[in-house]
Design a protein around this ligand. Structure first.
Ligand SMILES: [Zn+2]
Length: 315
């Protein structure tokens, strides 16, 4: 609450706020398959291209425990915080557990909360990390420990800042943790469009799932999105959209199995932002996955999302 009051006291100069902390690029063992360096390269590229200045960036604080516990089970959180997760649990997460990693995760959660609040104020905001949609209330997997979208959604609802949230999860992997966390809820609508035959192989049930076949092209993908998203916005009527803009939909991706070009991936972002802007809906975005062998493909695709958000919302 304290932080929200501070935000409101800022002079009203609309700008694109971007959550970034030096801990986002967490050191991993040599040869680890997660491209952690992207978290440093994205803000560097945006600054280099003069798309943003340092003023756009803010370093999120760690989310507080009461906020995390609105979403996650106390036992899971306590064991994570005390570095007491089992070997099996840590293996499912895929990162070595350390105090720095836990601090990183709770700063990412707060970054998404802050982005949601900045989006309510300015129209759009983006977290350079986050989109950890494979984390459940009581377990993590697939490089996700805590579910930042769920933490932020539950916080905004508890604070009565919004009444209805639409999660648009366009990462190539199903948002299984998010789906499970909001099953049966009518204040958060979960939409996941993903590769049907990709990880996670056991899918949870979102409010709306669209499972794509391997080899789906960009034009097929965009036709489905253009058909689905306007109808969803009309029926759900959200106060805010949380957008998970994973770039593992690219044809270059090692794991994605879809066939989107760089331009089609940017077109996807443009569809989401243009439609939300047209309906006056704020958008908070988090990056999610991306596993193209050349990191420049990952970084360029993510940077396109920032460019488009800035252009569409005039920030
Ligand atoms: Zn993914």
């Amino acid at each position: 609450m304290h932080r929200f009051i501070l935000l409101n006291w800022q002079p009203f100069t609309a700008m694109l706020k971007i959550a970034f902390h030096s801990l986002y690029a967490h050191p991993l063992p040599a040869g680890h398959r997660f491209p952690m360096e992207k978290y440093e390269l994205i803000p560097a590229q945006l600054l280099h291209e003069d798309i943003i200045t340092q003023d756009n960036l803010f370093a999120p604080h760690p989310a507080d425990e009461a906020t995390i516990l609105l979403t996650h089970d106390a036992d899971y959180w306590q064991r994570m915080k005390n570095l007491q997760l089992t070997e099996k649990e840590i293996r499912a997460i895929g990162f070595p557990l350390s105090a720095k990693l836990v601090e990183r995760e709770i700063r990412i959660c707060q970054g998404t909360i802050d982005c949601a609040m900045y989006a309510l104020q300015y129209g759009a905001a983006l977290n350079v990390a986050g989109g950890t949609h494979h984390a459940f209330a009581n377990k993590g997997e697939g490089f996700c420990l805590l579910n930042d979208f769920a933490v932020a959604a539950n916080y905004l609802l508890q604070q009565k800042m919004v009444r209805k949230i639409l999660i648009v999860d366009l990462d190539v992997h199903q948002g299984n943790g998010t789906a499970a966390l909001f099953a049966g809820r009518d204040d958060v609508f979960t939409f996941s469009m993903h590769g049907q035959h990709n990880y996670p192989f056991h899918k949870e049930k979102s409010h709306l799932d669209i499972g794509l076949q391997d080899g789906t092209t960009g034009s097929e993908y965009l036709a489905i999105l253009n058909d689905t998203l306007p109808r969803l916005i009309d029926t759900v009527r959200p106060d805010v959209v949380f957008y998970l803009c994973g770039v593992d939909v690219l044809a270059t991706d090692k794991f994605g199995k879809l066939k989107l070009t760089m331009d089609e991936c940017a077109e996807r972002d443009l569809v989401v932002y243009t439609l939300c802007k047209k309906h006056g809906i704020p958008v908070a975005a988090a990056m999610g996955g991306g596993y193209s062998p050349k990191v420049k493909h990952i970084v360029n695709a993510h940077c396109n999302t920032f460019r488009i958000a800035k252009d569409v919302y005039g920030l």
